[in-house]
Write a protein that binds this ligand. Structure first.
Ligand code: GLA
Length: 383
């Protein structure tokens, strides 16, 4: 990927620039908890974005997306927003850095990625983190990684329209090979958690249904609004409840007459998910993958039945996993399509992969994709 980006950059703009990369992410458990002030357990993966960048002495950005074979040119002021959807991510990062006091100069850039788009592995966060990290480095802005993650998140909020939490950009910026990160999304505190499933006889694999999810203008923002309404209702009698993460299920029961059933189901899932994550985290520390797996199935059920962010294809793949004796399986990321994440005993792995590929093809007449998970480093300079 780096070679192609560099060749294209040379062809388009001549003299070489600096090259940066940022990864996509997986998340073991803790889904739709970030914007509820809860915990998440992501890890960066060996798939991501690579970009070459060089200041061009103008006040314009000239960008080229290799995967789409498309270019975009835009200025750096608020009114200069590009029309190409992908370029809005780069523009948004420049704008958000500017809002933090940085002076961004025009640059030439070309980029490519191997995080499958719309598969729930955070291709957009990888793109944001690449440019936030690169510009921070090239302009010696001195923002820490959490600030850069927040620049990516604000880009989603203000220039893309997805009211996402911090998980994806956090993971893309902070990732470390061999480690997951347990992040408290309310306080911003986090810890690196060693992750070596092979040592315990397990493999982690993603099954991509190839149903594309599109979070923009999607029910994603509505899920968030439901949770905020439920938290506000509970807060009336429990002022300490800033987020649903602070609430107890009994308190939710108390406001059942004040919120819609839909908001109630969303909030029920979100509150339960906080506990599931905490249990899974302590199990993981002991190498107890069976408990982690049980919690993952619990998450899937909640995301499917209560939070309603699964789809028929994801539920099917989850069911096949269960029938194959897969230890843990669930829809990963925002949902509405994309991947399941699966923890599989090494001796069941080949059988599971063969079975899910065959069954999925028979049922939906398309091939699912299989991605073995390799936990890798976060945002970095390559050249
Ligand atoms: C998307 C968002 C994240 C998070 C997940 C669900 O990936 O970008 O902030 O909310 O969905 O856990």
């Amino acid at each position: 990927m780096k070679t192609e980006v560099r060749a294209k950059f040379a062809e388009l703009y001549g003299e070489a620039g600096s090259v940066y990369a940022s990864p996509g992410r997986i998340n073991i458990i803790g889904e739709h908890t970030d914007y509820n002030g809860g915990f998440v357990l992501p890890g960066a993966i060996d798939k991501g974005m690579v970009a070459e960048i060089k200041f061009n002495g103008t006040d314009k950005v000239r960008a080229f997306a290799l995967d789409l074979n498309e270019s975009s040119e835009f200025g750096l002021n608020e009114e200069d927003a590009p029309t190409e959807g992908w370029a809005k991510y780069i523009f948004g990062v420049c704008r958000e850095l500017t809002k933090k006091g940085a002076t961004i100069k025009g640059f030439d850039t070309a980029f490519a990625g191997d995080v499958p788009l719309g598969a729930g592995m955070s291709s957009s966060a990888a793109l944001e983190s690449t440019y936030a990290f690169a510009l921070n480095d090239m302009l010696s802005l001195d923002f820490d990684l959490m600030s850069l993650a927040k620049v990516g998140q604000a880009t989603e909020h203000n220039y893309v329209g997805v009211k996402c939490g911090i998980m994806d950009q956090f993971a893309s910026c902070h990732g470390k090979a061999g480690y997951l990160m347990r992040l408290d999304c309310k306080t911003g505190e986090f810890a690196y958690v060693p992750f070596d499933p092979e040592k315990y006889g397990y493999k982690v694999v993603l099954v991509d249904t190839c149903v594309k999810h599109e979070l923009v203008d999607s029910p994603y923002n509505r899920r968030r609004e439901s949770c905020e309404r439920a938290a506000a209702a509970i807060r009336k009698t429990h002022p300490e409840v800033e987020f649903l993460r602070d609430a107890k299920l009994e308190w939710l029961e108390d406001v059942i007459g004040e919120i819609t059933m839909e908001d109630y189901f969303r909030a029920y899932y979100a509150i339960e998910e906080v506990d599931r994550l905490l249990t899974a985290c302590s199990a993981l520390e002991k190498g107890d993958y069976e408990t982690v797996g049980k919690k993952m199935y619990g998450t899937h059920n909640g995301m499917s039945m209560l939070y309603e962010v699964s789809c028929a294809e994801l539920d099917f793949v989850n069911q096949v996993a269960k029938e194959c004796g897969v230890t843990g399986s669930r829809v990963m990321g925002g949902g509405f399509g994309g991947c399941t994440i699966n923890i599989v005993k090494a001796d069941k792995y080949d059988h599971f992969i063969a079975t899910v590929q065959k069954a999925y093809k028979e049922k939906y007449c398309i091939d699912c994709k299989i991605y073995p998970v390799v936990i890798s480093d976060g945002a970095r300079k390559l050249v």
